[in-house]
Design a protein around this ligand. Structure first.
Ligand SMILES: [Zn+2]
Length: 322
């Protein structure tokens, strides 16, 4: 009798374990299949081009448009080393492309994100003359989209700062021509950001460093290797935000686990430009990825937690079986 009870208990426990393990594998397979069905589409936009040289360094033949293109080419290479990622460039040479065309290109590619790549020069709207900043959509119209843009900005700034660049925060800016969104809130000042909002497309503009700052130029922009480092930082920030997996890790036992740690309790400075005059800027701080926010892109945190819970219950069942 004791023996029979033991056998029944053993069969039940075995069935449970098989069920639990198959559930884990099904979940994992489903996640991978879903991920493969829809690749992450990123459009990189090297700022300026052709007769529009962007910012420049006096006395030296260094123009922003060329630096932006090099960063974009390196960034494309680096992003393509991640699984299931499609990357397009709005220009691959020294071409002049208007902003609406760049936005339209990204819309046609059904981009998950449009990332415009620039380098800064000192001007009246910001009270700083060196360091990195990311321009993103302001709050007040499509808040969920604005939040995503700000979160991607946090990830990029976090990586650029690791190179030693001064983090000048996220910059949002009001239209100075009284352009408004349908809810009457002042529109975003920058056409590419506004175009992204109007097309429900996550759009950010990265100002890597100041081309007219001697220290920034020397440390971050003065060689191809340095531009490559900027591109790698951008790629890591993007990969961290989207929880991308490196292609080389695809067939390892750790597949699905080799992800960059998501940001936690990340506090970022927001500079809101109200009228183009630095002394009127509104400065605030926001915490992103706080303990209350559980949803990550691709929901990997939930996946990991479920896997952990199931593994723990399998272990406890083994114990009860003995
Ligand atoms: Zn520019």
């Amino acid at each position: 009798m004791m023996m029979r009870r033991h056998v029944i208990k053993y069969v039940i426990v075995t069935c449970l374990i098989v069920f639990v393990i198959s559930t884990v594998f099904c979940f994992k397979e489903k996640t991978e299949v879903q991920a493969k069905e829809k690749p992450l589409v990123l459009v990189l936009d090297p700022g300026h081009g052709g007769s529009q040289s962007g910012a420049a360094r006096d006395n030296e033949k260094v123009e922003e448009k060329d630096l932006n293109l090099k960063i974009a080419i390196y960034l494309k290479q680096e992003l393509e080393s991640y699984e299931n990622t499609e990357v397009y460039l709005t220009r691959t040479g020294d071409e002049e492309i208007e902003l609406p065309e760049r936005i339209q290109f990204a819309v046609e590619k059904r981009a998950d994100a449009l990332i415009s790549l620039h380098n800064n020069a000192a001007g009246p709207c910001a009270a700083y003359d060196h360091g990195c900043t990311v321009l993103a959509a302001k709050d007040g119209y499509k808040d969920a989209l604005a939040r995503k843009g700000q979160e991607l900005s946090c990830n990029i700034l976090n990586e650029l700062t690791k190179l030693g660049l001064t983090n000048q925060g996220i910059l949002t800016r009001d239209s100075e021509a009284d352009e408004r969104y349908p809810n009457q809130v002042l529109a975003d000042y920058y056409a590419i950001i506004r175009g992204g909002v109007e097309n429900d497309m996550l759009t950010v503009l990265v100002e890597h460093a100041f081309i007219d700052s001697n220290s920034d130029y020397k440390a971050y922009l003065s060689s191809d290797e340095k531009l490559k480092s900027l591109a790698c930082a951008d790629a890591t920030g993007i990969a961290r935000y989207y929880q991308l997996v490196k292609k080389s890790q695809e067939n390892t036992v750790n597949h699905g686990k080799c992800l960059l740690e998501p940001l936690k309790e990340y506090k970022e400075k927001l500079v809101h430009v109200v009228d183009g005059n630095a002394k009127h800027n509104e400065i605030s701080y926001k915490t992103y990825y706080g303990v209350e926010s559980k949803q990550l892109p691709y929901d990997m945190e939930t996946f990991d937690q479920i896997t952990k819970d199931i593994n723990e219950s399998v272990i406890s069942m083994h114990i009860s079986c003995d």
